[in-house]
Structure formats: C-alpha cells, structure tokens
Ligand binder design. Structure first.
Ligand code: PBG
Length: 344
C-alpha cells in the first residue's frame, strides 16, 4: 500500500453502483418502475360526419376519427392490451348549451356504444377488453368553447353547468361508458355526477375526477384536435401553474365528493403535484400527458434533435415514477407495442 498509494485503494470500492447496470438483463431485473400496457389510456377523437380520418397537424400521428376508424382504434388498443380509451366527441353542430353533449344520439354517445361493443367482443374472444372512458365536459359541444354555460356577463356559470354535466354523465353511462371523467373544473361536479349516476341506476359506473387541472399552454394542440372555438382563457376555473397546495385541496374535495380516481393534468410540468397527490390519495391516481407534451417531443424528433422513442418512454416512465397508477398518453398504443422488449 505504501508503494502504490493510489492504485490499490482505487481498485477497492466498498460499493459500485455500476454492477447493477452491466447488462440489459440486469437493468431489467432491478428496474424500480416499469410501465405496463394495462396502465395506459389512449385518448381518441371522433368527429361527426367525417368520411375519412383527418390528421391533426399539431399532433403528428393523431387524427380525428370517423365513427368507423374510431372503432378500429379501440379494437387495436384492446388487442395491444392497452388499459383504456378516453373518448372526445366533436359534434357537427354546436350551441350555447352544448346540446349534443347529452343527446343520446350525439357523436360521443354513438362512439361510446361502438366502443362498448368492441370491448365486449374482445372480452368474449378471451381478451381483457378495455375500460371505456368519456370526457364529461362541455367545451367540445359549446359554440363559445368554454367548459360550462355562460351567464349574462359572459362568465362561466358554475352551478348552472353542474346540471348539464350530470345529464351528460348519465347519457354517457347509458351509452356504455365504464368511467365518466369530468374535466371542466366546476366546483361540486363530482358530487352531482355521482348522485345523478346513482339515481339513474349506474352505481357501478366510476368517476375519474380531473382534480388538479391547471390552466395550461400545453393544451394548445388539443384546440385543433377538437376544432375548438374558444375565445379568452380558462383561468377563472382552471388552476394557476404555481399552486401545489391548492391542487391537493382540489383532490381532497373530489375524494370527499366520491371520486373513484383522481387526476393531475398536465403531467410533465406537474410531477411534484402528482407525487404529492399520490402520497395522500387512497384511490388510484391518474396523470394526463397532454397534447402539448406530445407535440413537443414529436416536433423535436421530426427535426432530428432528439431520439424519439427514448424520449417518449422516458417521459412516460417519469410520470409513473412520480406516482401515477394510470397514464393517459397519445402514445399508449405505440408504447404498449414495444413494452415486452424491456428497458434499454
Ligand atoms: C376539456 C379537456 C381539455 C383537455 C382534456 N379535456 C381541454 C382544456 O381543458 O382546455 C386537454 C387534453 C390535451 O391537451 O391533450 N374537455
């Protein structure tokens, strides 16, 4: 030791973290977090009156589906073992109250019936089926693009909106939704929806509450996806980006109102909120990797600035590691397809 002071000492290290990173098999064995296709939910857009799917420019690889291709997409998700689908409907006609939203023959209800059928077929064929979820919100259905009804001054009328949500939720459950997902951030929305579902006999239909939903620039591409007419912003009902404690309060309120699952949205810029909600929630926690998060990675990859698949997998794994049990991502199908290969 006295002859070679540095060398012998350097060769001996009591612990070498590198050992568990030596091979792909070893890395897979010791992975603390891993994705499973069953964790993932694929959001899908279906538009009334389309002859062919329409690509969404700001979301390369995603489309507004026809009713037919929507059913194909749900079938593909079921075949790939994806956990669920979240449906958004785009009606041919919009009005101030979003009438198409609870029309039994409205586009979203038709798509839900078709999806229910596809999932039941997958189950009958020996598969697991997919959980069929519906966005319970008015913004796709109103001509002004807000998530609720507007009062005389043009402000969102929280309490008047609640009745519309209750009616939508019942229409969605009637059409075959397993889960309704109120995303409009109206105060009290979970409670009125739960009551309405129970009164209509849908005691087994779950409520996935968008609890901590932030007013976010990352919803930008979604506007194109649903042909949104929104003027102004949603800051009077969605949350401010800087508020963590308030997000926890929102989650607590939704749990008290009977939410079966709570959600944090967007995901990537709110992982601390997600981790804190996951810490205190006694129900499953979902996170939504939103349209802008999708668009950023796709755009950078299209420029050759980033390794697309690695970036996608890392972004979604980070959401899982932060505490999400359920992850809504537009890459659900793609990720499910490569998950069996294990971590790199
Ligand atoms: C409301 C809703 C929105 C999204 C999901 N549900 C839009 C909004 O609140 O502005 C955004 C999802 C995304 O950006 O991917 N119906």
């Amino acid at each position: 030791m006295t002859d070679a002071p540095g060398a012998a000492r350097d060769a001996y290290r009591p612990y070498r973290p590198h050992r568990l990173r030596t091979t792909r098999a070893m890395r897979r064995l010791v992975a603390e977090t891993r994705l499973h296709p069953g964790d993932l939910v694929l959001p899908l857009f279906v538009k009334e009156g389309l002859d062919a799917p329409v690509p969404i420019k700001a979301m390369p690889g995603q489309v507004q589906h026809t009713e037919e291709t929507l059913a194909d997409a749900v079938r593909a998700a079921a075949d790939a073992g994806v956990g669920g689908v979240m449906l958004f409907g785009i009606p041919a006609e919009r009005d101030a109250t979003g009438s198409a939203g609870d029309d039994p023959d409205g586009i979203l209800q038709r798509a839900l019936r078709a999806s229910r059928e596809v999932s039941d077929e997958a189950l009958a064929a020996g598969g697991t089926g997919v959980v069929v979820m519906a966005d319970t919100c008015l913004d796709e259905f109103t001509d002004h693009g807000h998530c609720g009804l507007l009062d005389e001054q043009g402000r969102v009328d929280n309490d008047a909106t609640l009745e519309r949500y209750a009616s939508m939720a019942v229409a969605q459950a009637t059409a075959g939704a397993d889960v309704v997902a109120p995303s409009g951030m109206m105060d009290g929305q979970v409670e009125v929806i739960r009551e309405a579902l129970d009164r209509a006999g849908f005691t087994d239909v779950s409520v996935l509450a968008y609890s901590a939903k932030y007013a976010s620039a990352f919803y930008g591409p979604f506007r194109e996806a649903v042909d949104s007419a929104l003027q102004g912003d949603r800051r009077t009902y969605q949350m401010d980006a800087g508020n963590l404690r308030e997000g926890l309060r929102e989650a607590d309120l939704d749990l008290a109102e009977g939410a079966d699952m709570v959600m944090v949205k967007p995901a990537g810029s709110y992982l601390d909120v997600l981790a804190a909600v996951a810490e205190r929630s006694e129900v499953p926690v979902a996170a939504y990797q939103v349209s802008g998060e999708y668009a950023m990675i796709e755009a950078a990859a299209a420029h050759g600035w980033i390794d697309r698949e690695a970036a996608i997998d890392e972004s979604v794994l980070g959401i899982k590691r932060a505490g999400a049990d359920v992850i809504l991502t537009y890459w659900a199908l793609e990720i499910a397809g490569r998950l069996t290969k294990g971590p790199r």
